[in-house]
Every structure is written in structure tokens, then in C-alpha cells.
Design a protein around this ligand. Structure first.
Ligand code: HEC
Length: 124
């Protein structure tokens, strides 16, 4: 009897798992980042996060993290955390509040493609 009950629940689990999987796959498609699109969205960020200013202008005031070359998903999730208030920095919170999930994904891909020595990427 007990084993029959366990078996009868399996198809339901399989259906649930399939739905969850379909849901997350659809969501991942929706917010797939595009570095070229991100290029048009980082004008707000370069004043603080461009590498020359990171080195020269801000260390005495803030430590502005270098985000060029970071993992795209990390950048997008950091931005989402500022937007939700899980991260507290006030400037970053107000900037992230204006970004959509798509913006965050695009910006993540854009910065992930940068390196300290990228010669043709002045906007790190
Ligand atoms: C006024 C200066 C300023 C501007 C403009 C700015 N940031 Fe920031 N950003 C900071 C500072 C300072 C921090 C560190 C905050 C903290 O300690 O939480 C930070 C943190 C971050 C982080 C987290 C980095 C990490 O390693 O955890 C990301 C990602 C980020 N910014 C992305 C952006 C993006 C994308 C933009 C443009 C849409 C932007 N920032 C605009 C100053 C700025």
C-alpha cells in the first residue's frame, strides 16, 4: 500500500518539474544580455567605473569597484540587488532603480567583454 502511494505521486512530480524548467528557460531567454545593446546603456556608469577614473580620481572618496571583465551574471545580479535594496549604496541604488532586467543583462555582457587592456574599448 505504501509503495503504491509513493508511485502514484511520481507523475505529478514530473509534471511539476517540467513546468518549473519551462518557466526558468523562458525567463532566461527573456533577459539574455547583448553587449552591443549594453554599449548604449553605460553612459551613466563610465564617470565612476571607467578604469582611468577608478585609478586616479575616486580612491580618496569612494572605492569604486572595477567592473570591466567581471562575470556578466554577477554584474546583472549585483545591479538587481541594488535595485531591490539588498545592497545599500545610495548612488548605485538610485541608478539601478532606473534599469530594467534587460538593461542589467545587456550591461553585464558589455562589461564582461572588457579587459584592462582592451585597446578599442575606451568606455570601461
Ligand atoms: C556616482 C558614481 C557611480 C556611478 C555613476 C555608477 N556607479 Fe556603480 N558603483 C559605485 C560605487 C561607489 C560602488 C560600490 C558601492 C558599494 O560599496 O556597494 C559601485 C558598485 C557597482 C557594482 C557592484 C560591483 C561589485 O564588484 O560588487 C556594479 C555591478 C556597478 N556599480 C555597476 C554600475 C553600472 C552598470 C552603472 C551605470 C548604469 C554604475 N555602476 C554607475 C559608483 C558608481
Amino acid at each position: 500500500m505504501i509503495s503504491m502511494k509513493k508511485l502514484s505521486i511520481l507523475p505529478q512530480l514530473a509534471v511539476t518539474a517540467a513546468l518549473v524548467f519551462a518557466g526558468s528557460a523562458a525567463q532566461a531567454d527573456e533577459v539574455k544580455g547583448n553587449a552591443a545593446a549594453g554599449n548604449g546603456k553605460v553612459w551613466l556608469c563610465v564617470g565612476c567605473h571607467s578604469i582611468p577614473e577608478y585609478r586616479a580620481d575616486y580612491p580618496l572618496v569612494y572605492k569604486v569597484p572595477m567592473i570591466g571583465g567581471q562575470n556578466a551574471a554577477y554584474i546583472a545580479s549585483a545591479l538587481a540587488a541594488y535595485k531591490k535594496g539588498e545592497r545599500k549604496h545610495p548612488t548605485m541604488r538610485s541608478i539601478a532603480a532606473s534599469l530594467s532586467d534587460q538593461d542589467m543583462a545587456d550591461i553585464g555582457e558589455y562589461y564582461a567583454a572588457q579587459t584592462a587592456s582592451s585597446p578599442n574599448n575606451p568606455l570601461k
